[in-house]
Design a protein around this ligand. Sequence first.
Ligand SMILES: Nc1ncnc2c1ncn2[C@@H]1O[C@H](COP(=O)(O)OP(=O)(O)OP(=O)(O)O)[C@@H](O)[C@H]1O
Length: 346
Amino acid sequence: MIEAVGLTKSYGSKTAVYNLNFQVQPGKVTGFLGPNGAGKSTTMRMMLGLDRPTSGTVTIAGHPYQRLPNAPRQVGALLDANAKHGGRSARSHLLCLAQLSGIPASRVDEVLGIVGLQQVAGKRSKGFSLGMGQRLGIAGALLGDPQVLLFDEPVNGLDPEGILWVRNLMKRLASEGRTVFVSSHLMSEMAQTADHLIVIGRGQLMADQPVADFIAHNSTGFARVRTPDGEPEAREKLTRALAQAGGQVLPEQDGALKVIGVELPRISDLAHAADVRLWELSPHSASLEEAYMRMTQGAVDYRSTDDPRAAAAAAAAMAQQQPQFAPGPHVHQQPAQPAYTPEDAR
Ligand SMILES: Nc1ncnc2c1ncn2[C@@H]1O[C@H](COP(=O)(O)OP(=O)(O)OP(=O)(O)O)[C@@H](O)[C@H]1O
């Protein structure tokens, strides 16, 4: 098990991680999610003793990494797939790691087999593709056959076959009773790989829940409604009726309306009562990606200015945002999206 208690890291005046409290349990894949700059790598570096917490602790099997007996056999990690000597072959890179950690050389060929690099084991790693480099990094993490595994963005640069392979490998490692902690930006990928999620934003804990609970708490169903093209007054009339019925109405770029909080039969009745014809009325589920985006919207440091919807959502989120490093509840609710309200209808 990995346990963070009050884990905080500041670099000068910059607080990268603030008061993180969580446990990563064995026998599960735990996804570690957050936008760019959220503090994922900083947290993982502290887990591995590569950075010292400003306050708080993070322990693996009850010990800080530096005091963990036989650490390379207990913990394996992929932090940066480029952290290797490009002039060395894959095999000699792994042999060096094995020697440094007192791991028998015979294990090198085993892990080369597990990651599918036997054919290129004698080739210099500087000629490797991004995906091959990731596989070599994963081989290094598996070398000590450890019970605890940390992977920072393991699918980075992998093709779909490679992504599926990583997904199955993570699941298999967890099914063997190991603790598997995987950071990613990709909610959709994590949704298929992880059993549990820890989500951070601007260094703070935003969610610590099973994936199924995260989905249930954060994805909202909605309806897509379309009135006839060229009848803007019908669209306006329906928008007012839906807003007055308590719905959130969000205009879509193609002229349709996204309606949250009103059931489909009720939308149909409201349209009928307002004498508005419908060209479309269909049920939709918000994707996990959308749910995650909504939850972390207010905690994003870097955002394209070309995306007006993201900018609008961010503005609303910022208006509701909590003070940056004030201690917050264990699970934060996502900030509301800008929505059409009855006030707008007047
Ligand atoms: N050595 C450092 N010195 C100063 N600031 C740092 C240092 N390392 C990280 N930071 C800052 O701390 C914050 C968290 O960075 P970190 O790399 O942990 O985030 P991340 O979630 O891993 O981001 P990404 O997904 O982009 O890799 C960022 O604002 C980053 O600029």
